[in-house]
Design a protein around this ligand. Structure first.
Ligand SMILES: Nc1ncnc2c1ncn2[C@@H]1O[C@H](COP(=O)(O)OP(=O)(O)O)[C@@H](O)[C@H]1O
Ligand SMILES: [Mg+2]
Length: 215
């Protein structure tokens, strides 16, 4: 049974990077170690935030301007943070989220050109300044990620974007990770599933060990 206090860990990366695959493995890995864990995803995680997710990803609603997209993402995030994440952390539980605010910097910032100063303000206000303690960036070349998700289901509004958009998203993610190496671990997810799972579990184990040691 672990005795470390609760904290937020996030998984980030583009389409087909393997976030859902790694999330399932990490959940099992952490629960097996006695970590009390809340698993969630963005946008979504609560009834309101999941309803906002359906709107954001709906490709039948006509054009969505970048400002609306950014605000919808933060509307969902504001609810998720207050309804689920902060109460879990207050109980001392751990939280593992499939995407969080870094995705806004990457998609609405890098992808759509929204200024990062604006996203920063929203992060401080709407996301209550909450930053993950550990973020695993699953990094894969865009063409490989896209090929993995091809035929998964009808592409949603964001999945319908062109390669250029996803190249900007990937670059923004990598720049954020490079700028904050103490929080980010970059995992080469062009490797096979087993290798990626192993690196992700090792990164979380090292983080838990460091935290237990009070470092
Ligand atoms: N490292 C990997 N190598 C090859 N295929 C992978 C790898 N990781 C995931 N996949 C496969 O790619 C597809 C997308 O993975 P998924 O975990 O859903 O990605 P994401 O949640 O990041 O979009 C799934 O079919 C999954 O089995
Ligand atoms: Mg996924």
């Amino acid at each position: 049974m672990t005795t470390v206090k609760g904290c937020l860990i996030t998984l980030e990366g583009g389409e087909g990077a393997g976030k859902s695959t790694v999330l399932a493995a990490l959940r099992d890995h952490m629960v097996a170690q006695g970590v009390r864990l809340l698993v969630t995803r963005e946008p979504g995680g609560t009834p309101l935030a999941e309803a906002i997710r359906s709107i954001v990803l709906d490709s039948t609603l006509g054009p969505v301007c970048a400002e609306s997209e950014l605000l919808l993402m933060f509307a969902a995030r504001a609810q998720l943070v207050r309804e689920l994440i902060l109460p879990a952390l207050d109980r001392g539980d751990w939280v593992l989220s499939d995407r969080f605010t870094d995705a806004s910097y990457a998609y609405q910032g890098g992808g759509r050109g929204q200024p990062s100063a604006r996203i920063n303000d929203l992060e401080a206000w709407a996301a209550a300044g909450l930053r993950p303690e550990l973020t695993l960036l699953l990094d894969v070349p865009v063409t490989i990620g896209m090929a993995r998700v091809e035929g998964r289901s009808a592409p949603d509004r964001i999945e319908n974007e062109k390669t250029d958009f996803f190249e900007r998203v990937r670059r923004a993610y990598r720049e954020r990770a490079a700028a904050d190496p103490s929080r980010f671990r970059i995992i080469d997810s062009s490797l096979g599933i087993e290798a990626v799972r192993k690196s992700a579990c090792a990164a979380v184990d090292a983080f838990i060990a460091r935290r237990k040691g009070g470092a």
